[in-house]
Design a protein around this ligand. Structure first.
Ligand code: ADP
Ligand code: PHD
Length: 453
């Protein structure tokens, strides 16, 4: 049995949904289908999830919701019409959206989640109706009935282990299950969405739950490339990589798969294949537990912006027992997680994702570190990027860090931070955002271009 997830671009229009149906029809083992909300049809188009966020914002601000609501409804009715579906499914979607809009706004975060989740929920109803209309026995599965149970606020939303048990029943269904991605329900029955891009996570959980032979993740590129194809021209194709490599690469910039989508499949030993809805005969990229890494030590290079550094220096910091704990406690009090902590004897930097900060939080953190920890210098600096070299073979290759730093030096950029995880599967460079692209390109030509020449 295969679990197939179709991303936003794969269900963006009737034409795309017809390709999805062909893919399902071509292989009778494709029994569980996870869908995203309709995504972009062309450059500059709007994703339905983004339209729904605007709709929720308007509703919460007590502004006119007709404009944003019509935009969402038009996307679905256009698709339904082009698929030759009757008006019934559109009426169901319209009723669903007005029901959600009328829901309580007392907790804005829950209201947002309700609205966002409708994107995948209604997409699943539409796809299921279309599959049925062409004679494929398909059924929409409501995640509440299916048993997708997730954590409750304020924790980051994650599936609870009992979801695996509940969802395993899907493998016995005689029909093709069409399951909306991106959300689940808490034990108290509250709807919560995963992180953006979270339909990948749903697919992985379902694949693990039913013990699938393969989790196929269909998107709009033939495979995972060794670097972001929007930045590097014609990057090398990755035929096979490990879960660990993909996790590290998707952590910083490989948007093709959400970084939290690897763990469920990995734990259940389900291989993952990234494939293209627009070119399903291409073999795609296989993500597996182990592979031969003798040919190329570096598998891929990713880059992502949106990091900040909390720089703290204090004379004799290395001798002060509990300094690190107290510093991290201040961040915990502000509900902030950290990514890396490179340190010297009298100073350390805590690297964070900037989206967690607000001007007020920044001020509070800096004041507390100064006043409570008596630091000599405290600075919160934003606009950092991380460029990450990833490869299982890096551990067994000498001189690799030297090659990487030399390549960066050729760009004239400064390296603000270097971090090599103890597993040595990745080498992380903290750089200024303005230098990110040129460094990525230079590193790519250092590690990939010579091999291709
Ligand atoms: N290294 C990479 N290899 C392949 N695609 C990448 C890579 N880095 C970024 N991407 C981008 O990821 C996109 C697919 O992810 P996403 O937009 O989330 O698709 P979907 O809507 O199918 O979920 C591709 O169109 C591509 O631009
Ligand atoms: N629609 C949601 C969830 C998702 O996974 O979408 P996509 O498969 O298009 O990345 C989002 O935009 O975040």
């Amino acid at each position: 049995m295969k679990v197939c997830k179709f991303g936003g671009t794969s269900v963006a229009s009737a034409e795309q949904i017809k390709k999805v149906a062909d893919i399902i029809q071509a292989d009778p083992t494709r029994r569980i289908v996870v869908v995203s909300a309709p995504g972009k049809r062309f450059d500059g188009d709007e994703k339905v999830t983004d339209l729904l966020i605007s709709l929720a914002e308007a509703a919460l601000a007590d502004k006119d919701t007709k404009g944003p609501l019509d935009k969402v409804l038009n996307r679905y009715s256009q698709i339904a019409m082009d698929l030759g579906l009757g008006s019934e499914v559109v009426a169901i979607i319209a009723a669903d959206l007005s029901w959600r809009l009328a829901a309580s706004k007392a907790n804005p975060s829950l209201f947002y989640d309700q609205m966002k989740a409708s994107g995948e929920d209604n997409s699943a109803k539409l796809v299921s109706a279309y599959l049925s209309s062409i004679g494929l026995p398909a059924e929409y599965i409501n995640p509440l009935d299916g048993g997708m149970i997730v954590t409750s606020a304020p924790a980051r939303v994650q599936a609870l282990p009992e979801s695996l048990h509940n969802l395993s029943a899907l493998k016995d269904r005689k029909t093709i299950s069409v399951f909306p991605g991106f959300f689940g329900f808490t034990k108290d029955g509250e709807l919560r969405t995963f992180d953006r891009g979270g339909s990948d996570i749903t697919g992985s959980i379902l694949a693990a739950a039913v013990g699938a032979d393969l989790y196929e993740n269909f998107t709009d590129v033939d495979c995972v490339f060794a670097a972001n194809p929007k930045v590097v021209d014609n990057p090398a194709e990755i035929e096979e990589m490990t879960y660990r490599e993909m996790r590290e690469l998707s952590y910083a910039g490989f948007a093709v798969l959400h970084d939290e989508a690897l763990m469920p499949a990995f734990k259940a030993s389900v291989p993952v294949c990234i494939k293209n809805t627009n070119n399903p005969s291409a073999p795609g990229t296989m993500i597996v537990a182990e592979r031969d890494f003798s040919k190329r030590p570096v598998t891929g290079i990713s880059a992502d912006s949106g990091f900040s550094t909390l720089y703290v220096s204090k004379y004799l910091m290395n001798r002060e027992i509990g300094f690190g704990r107290k510093l991290l406690q201040i961040l915990e009090d502000e509900h902030i997680s950290y990514e890396h902590i490179p340190s010297g004897i009298d100073n350390l930097s805590v690297i964070l994702r900037s989206h967690q900060l607000t001007p007020e939080k920044e001020q509070r953190i800096v004041n507390r570190v100064k006043n409570e920890l008596h630091a000599d210098d405290v600075q919160l600096i934003s606009d950092f990027s991380m460029v990450v070299l990833v490869g299982e073979g890096m551990k067994y290759t000498t001189g690799l860090a030297a090659r990487a730093t030399l390549a960066i030096a050729r760009t004239g950029a400064n390296i603000e931070m270097i971090n090599q995880g103890s597993s040595e599967v990745s080498l992380v460079f903290g750089v200024l955002k303005q230098d990110e692209t040129k460094i990525l390109k230079e590193l790519y030509s250092e590690f990939f271009a010579p091999v291709l020449a």
